[in-house]
Design a protein around this ligand. Structure first.
Ligand code: SF4
Length: 317
């Protein structure tokens, strides 16, 4: 698909986390967001309350129908924006129309969660299959410093909104945390996030770092640094280390005992294992798996390897 063919549809894009996706951009051309995150990959811009000059529902649906015809092998339709898709004024109508034509494809929204406390937004998002909500901080100070929201956006409303949305949402709820050195990686911030996450009931929690040059000078974390951070969270939390920067990582040697104790503290995906374990350790991992010493569990659409799943109280399956 050429980038200019559609105004609002892009892709298909292969995604390890969600499958092959056709994206819908509800703010084509200009960034329109109610945050101005330090790590944003779009140009820095003043936060706004609503998407101005939104594309019509008719245009989006017509373009989507034609893109689906062209790419019938996609797996997911992703609602996103050059900014925040829940600021699109016709979101509810659009989701209803997408559901009429989705024909077995999954539907996903990527949102910063700023509006999740609003009943009308919850009603709309509850009609989707997957909701990926950002939550970078669990303290006000961190939230203001990192996500730089529109004046009047309250973190407590967002956290309470995620909790109430979880109660009614039957689909897969994924929380994404973007880690920025010395802002949300301190002991205090991780402890606050940990306490909050234990109450949210996410199906999966993706922790990641900047992948592309961001709007402001932010340094990325290495896979190993993210892995060390992931171990600070409660082992019952379904944490997945997300990102495209694994290949550069140096792999280490793990004995059988080290493999088992690592998986007890933090369940890992196949991609994590390939990034962390050297070749010999991967063989040891395979042997332990064959012997039944390692369990598997699907969390938020990804297969995790771990030990002691049966003893942990996870809210998802
Ligand atoms: S919420 Fe997303 S689009 Fe908005 S500023 Fe943050 S990273 Fe950029």
């Amino acid at each position: 698909m050429t980038p200019s063919k559609y105004r609002t549809i892009f892709g298909p894009i292969p995604s390890r986390r969600f499958g092959i996706s056709l994206g819908i951009d509800l703010s084509p051309g200009t960034k329109q967001c109610n945050y101005d995150c330090l790590y944003c990959e779009l140009a820095a811009a003043k936060p706004v309350e609503a998407i101005q000059n939104p594309p019509s529902v008719e245009l989006v649906v017509d373009e989507l129908k034609s893109a689906i015809k062209e790419h019938p092998d996609i797996e997911v339709i992703t609602i996103t924006a050059n900014g925040e898709p829940t600021l699109y004024p016709f979101l509810d109508e659009l989701i209803d129309r997408i559901n009429e034509i989705k024909n077995g494809y999954k539907t996903l929204i990527l949102t910063n969660a700023s509006t999740i406390w609003m009943p009308q937004i919850q009603n709309s998002l509850a009609k989707l299959d997957i909701a990926k909500l950002s939550l970078d901080c669990a303290t006000k100070e961190c939230f203001k410093k990192l996500d730089r929201p529109l004046e009047g956006t309250e973190l407590e409303n967002i956290i309470e909104g995620i909790k109430s949305f979880r109660k009614r949402f039957k689909g897969s709820m994924i929380i994404e945390i973007l880690m920025v050195p010395s802002i949300n990686t301190s002991k205090r911030e991780i402890e606050a996030l940990n306490r909050t996450l234990l109450d949210l009931g996410a199906d999966r929690i993706d922790i990641g770092t900047v992948d592309r040059p961001p709007a402001y000078p932010i340094e990325p974390l290495s896979f190993k640094e993210l892995y060390e951070i992931s171990k600070e969270f409660d082992p019952s939390l379904p944490i997945h280390i997300a990102g495209r920067h694994r290949a550069k990582e140096a792999k280490s040697s793990f004995s059988d005992e080290e493999i088992l104790s690592t998986l007890l503290k933090r369940p890992l995906t196949q991609a994590d294992i390939e990034a962390l374990f050297d070749e010999e350790s991967q063989k040891r991992f395979e042997a332990l798996l064959q012997k039944g010493k390692i369990e598997t569990k699907k969390l938020g659409g990804l297969l995790f390897y771990g030990t002691g799943f049966s003893k942990q109280k996870r809210k998802s399956s």
